[in-house]
Design a protein around this ligand. Structure first.
Ligand SMILES: C[S@@+](CC[C@H](N)C(=O)[O-])C[C@H]1O[C@@H](n2cnc3c(N)ncnc32)[C@H](O)[C@@H]1O
Length: 260
């Protein structure tokens, strides 16, 4: 339950990614606790200080409507910083970890589409959805290229394309295609928003709930009549698929299918 005065609070712009909101709230909490130190007799123990920051950040997160799973992260962020600093880990370790996360996840903080991979069951079910004869297949957000290379091996009569905007997955998928000599497989370091979906008979997406509405509008505008749009796991709000296939993989994935 939010208190009555909540409605009077200035609302954060809806378009700000939750990670940016969460970080901003950490700074607000820090400022509030630092200014509180001037007026109240708060013990100067770093862990108590961090727990206060965490409690305020979590409370503010709840008020501005961050998803529930963000709240423990908000609460634990500052205390975890204090505890990890006490381990005296060399700063180079954090720089290296940051760089690895950056090249793997790139703009995930904004797109809210992280890297995780379709299961082998999904690959195999996709085989059955491919049309007879020559066709073009696009995996938007192609990750490590597993979907593309699997299908290219099983159905060499198709042309397979992928776009991936995170540098390390893109490079690894290029390497995978090169080492496997898949001449019918092509990935580009590009955003899915700038690729023209009119060029493909099948467009496959495994993203997150966040971009699905915008992606649907793009697919409707660009995809050819008779082409297939397939989404692994994530539905399009207000546009039910013509049919869905539930798979018996670890996550009980569903493939949602639309004939455009
Ligand atoms: C959930 S993974 C799916 C990987 C692969 N398609 C699969 O099914 O195994 C989503 C991928 O989309 C990529 N991605 C996110 N936003 C993107 C964008 N705007 N353009 C291209 N790729 C994007 C992410 O970097 C990530 O690798």
């Amino acid at each position: 339950m939010k208190p009555d005065w909540y409605a009077e609070l200035p609302q954060l712009p809806a378009k700000l990614p939750p990670s940016v909101v969460a970080l901003a709230l950490q700074f607000v909490a820090l400022l509030l606790v630092v200014s509180g130190l001037h007026f109240a007799d708060i013990p100067s123990n770093p862990l108590v200080f961090a727990l206060l920051c965490g409690s305020i950040a979590a409370g503010l997160g709840h008020l501005v409507g961050l998803a529930r799973w963000w709240l423990p992260i908000q609460f634990l962020f500052a205390p975890a910083l204090v505890l990890v600093l006490n381990l005296h880990i060399p700063p180079e370790f954090f720089l290296a970890a940051f760089i690895v996360m950056l090249v793997v996840y790139w703009t995930t903080f904004r797109s809210q589409v992280p890297l995780y991979l379709s299961s082998k069951r999904v690959w195999i079910t996709l085989e059955e959805l491919l049309p007879a004869g020559h066709f073009t297949f696009m995996d938007i957000g192609s990750g490590l290229g597993g979907v593309l290379t699997h299908l290219a091996r099983i159905r060499p009569d198709g042309q397979y394309y992928g776009v991936e905007n995170a540098p390390l997955p893109y490079l690894l998928s290029k390497l995978r295609i090169h080492l496997g000599s898949y001449t019918n497989c092509h990935v580009r370091w590009e955003s899915m928003w700038s690729s023209d979906l009119a060029l493909y008979d099948i467009v496959f997406a495994y993203l997150s709930p966040v971009p699905m509405e915008q992606l649907w509008r793009k697919a409707q505008k660009e995809m050819k009549p008779g082409s297939l749009f397939i989404s692994n796991s994530f539905a399009v709000p207000q546009h039910p698929p013509q049919y869905s296939i539930t798979l018996d993989d670890l996550h009980h994935s569903s493939l949602h299918i639309w004939h455009m």
